[in-house]
Design a protein around this ligand. Structure first.
Ligand code: SF4
Length: 150
């Protein structure tokens, strides 16, 4: 559960940044992912946050800002907690900084043991064959094998 109830934390300078293509439909909108330790946050001045924006003043409706749906606190396999913010990429020619309802909520689909996403499979299922299939069609596969298949 997020410890933030009065604000969405800003990614601090140095937050890990990566690109993401939304997986919900074939449009392929682009997003930026910011990830940083859960106990840290950036400040509102442009040089105090990874977005380089001045959050001391209100941002325009079509500007760059992080909505509650675009932020999650996740738990890595080693137990460490991280903030994750997933915001539309203004430089992407597909969506030019816009988000749809589904894409704008990607951050809510990330695994966390204290949120409904805890029910996600920890290991990918593997289909059995022959006699084993009749007894039980699926069994868990090692995570590294599942990743290789996809
Ligand atoms: S953000 Fe919306 S329109 Fe864009 S790829 Fe995702 S689901 Fe499709």
């Amino acid at each position: 559960m997020s410890r933030y109830t009065d604000r969405i934390p800003l990614p601090p300078p140095g937050a890990k940044k990566s690109n993401l293509t939304c997986h919900f439909c074939i449009v392929g909108c682009g997003y930026h992912v910011y990830k940083w330790p859960a106990m840290r946050e950036g400040g509102p001045a442009p040089d105090a946050n990874a977005l380089g924006l001045d959050f001391r003043k209100p941002q325009p409706a079509m500007g760059t800002w992080i909505s509650p749906l675009q932020h999650s606190v996740v738990t890595d396999r080693d137990g460490s907690r991280h903030n994750v913010a997933i915001i539309p990429d203004r430089g992407c020619r597909v969506n030019e900084g816009l988000a749809s309802v589904r894409g704008g909520g990607i951050a809510q689909t990330l695994y966390a043991p204290d949120r409904p996403t805890r029910t996600r499979l920890a290991t990918p299922p593997r289909e059995r064959t022959g006699l084993h299939r009749r007894l039980s069609p699926l069994r868990a596969a090692p995570r590294d094998q599942g990743s290789a298949w996809w």
